[in-house]
Design a protein around this ligand. Structure first.
Ligand code: AHR
Length: 330
C-alpha cells in the first residue's frame, strides 16, 4: 500500500474511534474493548467471603441474577480480607471489565483503588456495604440495607419489652467484623435506641466476625466473665446461632433465661426464632442480585442512577417467624 492510502485508512480509523467514544457518553461508561467479545456486559464482582448464611444467599442471588440478565460475571471471594478485594479490583481493571461491583469488607481505605477504576473509565457499584470515601464520584451508587435502622429497630423492640422490668438489664453484644459498615452502624442504631431507658446497659461488646464459630467462642467468654446476662444482641443470625450452643452448654435456656435479638432473618435464624430460642430478628435482605444487574446495565449505558438505593426490609417476632418460615427462600 502506498503512503497516501495508508494515511487515509488511519484517518478513517481515528474518525470511527472518536465517533464510538462520543456514542459512549462520558469517560466513566464501560468500554467494550476488554468485554466478553460477544457483546455481553462483563461484571467483575469482589465478594466479602463466605462467612455466614446471609453471605451464601447473597452470592447465590448475584450469580443467578447475572445469568438471568445475560451478564458475564467474574467472581472473586476475598475471604474477609481487604487486601484480597483490592487485588481482585486491580485485576478487573487490568482485564478491562465493563463494570466493577463489590461489597467492601470494611468501610475505610478504598480511595486509591477506586480512583484507579475511575481513571480507567470503569464504573463501580457498591453493594451491601458502604465505604467512607468523602469523594462520592468514586462510585456510581450504593445498593443495600440501612444498617443503622436495623440496629435501631432491634433496640426499640428491647426498650418496649423491658419497659416494666425492674433493676438493671444486662446486655452483651456480639459485633460483626471490626471496621465493617454493618458492625459500626448496627452498634450505633442499637445504642441510640436503648439510650431511651437507662436501666438497659451494654456490659460487654466484642467482635465475633459474623461467623458461628466466632459467636460461640465470644459468648463462652461472656458467660464466664458475667454471671448475670439478660440479653444478647448479635449483629447477625450466624453469631446468634453459635452463641446458642454456648448458652445451652452453660446450662441456660436461650430465649428464656437470655433474650436473644439478631439481624438477617436467614432460614436457620428464622427457625431458631420460631422454636423460641431467639426472640426478635431485624431483617437484612441478601437478595440484591436482580437490582444489581439492572444497575449495571444502566451505568454501562451511561444512564444516571440514584446515588443510594435502600433495600426494603421488615422485622420478625416469634409468631411472625412461624408464619413466614414455610415460604422463606434462603
Ligand atoms: O453485610 C451484611 C452482613 O454481612 C450480614 O448481616 C452478615 O450476616 C454478613 O456476614
Amino acid at each position: 500500500m502506498s503512503l497516501a492510502p495508508r494515511r487515509a485508512v488511519a484517518a478513517l480509523a481515528a474518525v470511527l474511534l472518536a465517533g464510538g467514544m462520543a456514542a459512549c457518553g462520558n469517560s466513566d461508561t464501560g468500554t467494550d474493548e476488554g468485554g466478553s467479545g460477544d457483546g455481553k456486559i462483563v461484571m467483575g464482582f469482589s465478594q466479602v467471603g463466605a462467612e455466614s448464611g446471609w453471605r451464601t444467599a447473597n452470592t447465590n442471588s448475584i450469580k443467578e441474577a447475572a445469568a438471568e440478565a445475560g451478564i458475564e460475571l467474574k467472581f472473586d471471594d476475598a475471604q474477609q480480607k481487604q487486601e484480597n478485594q483490592i487485588k481482585a479490583i486491580r485485576n478487573y481493571i487490568q482485564q478491562k471489565v465493563d463494570v466493577i461491583a463489590f461489597s467492601p469488607v470494611v468501610e475505610s481505605g478504598w480511595d486509591t483503588v477506586l480512583k484507579e477504576a475511575k481513571d480507567a473509565g470503569i464504573p463501580v457499584i457498591l453493594t451491601d456495604r458502604a465505604v467512607d470515601s468523602a469523594d462520592k464520584s468514586l462510585y456510581k451508587t450504593f445498593l443495600g440495607s440501612d444498617f443503622v435502622k436495623e440496629g435501631r429497630l432491634s433496640g426499640e423492640w428491647l426498650v418496649e419489652q423491658m419497659k416494666s422490668a425492674t433493676g438493671d438489664v444486662n446486655i452483651v453484644e456480639l459485633q460483626g467484623t471490626t471496621g465493617s459498615a454493618p458492625a459500626n452502624d448496627r452498634k450505633k442504631g442499637f445504642g441510640e435506641a436503648i439510650a431511651a431507658d437507662p436501666k438497659l446497659k451494654v456490659i460487654a461488646s466484642q467482635s465475633g466476625d459474623f461467623t458461628r464459630a466466632g459467636g460461640k467462642q465470644v459468648m463462652e467468654q461472656f458467660l464466664k466473665a458475667h454471671p448475670k446476662i439478660d440479653v444478647l444482641f448479635a449483629h447477625n443470625d450466624d453469631m446468634g446461632l453459635g452463641a446458642l450452643e454456648a448458652i445451652t452448654a452453660a446450662g441456660k435456656e436461650p430465649g428464656k433465661d437470655i433474650v436473644i435479638i439478631t439481624i438477617d432473618a436467614v432460614k436457620d435464624g428464622m427457625q431458631a426464632l420460631a422454636d423460641g430460642k431467639f426472640n426478635f430478628i431485624a431483617e437484612c435482605s441478601p437478595l440484591l442480585g436482580p437490582q444489581l444487574m439492572e444497575l449495571a446495565k444502566k451505568v454501562h449505558a451511561g444512564e444516571e442512577v440514584p446515588p443510594r438505593i435502600e433495600t426494603e426490609e421488615t422485622t420478625f417476632t416469634q409468631e411472625q417467624a412461624k408464619e413466614a418460615l414455610p415460604n422463606r427462600k434462603y
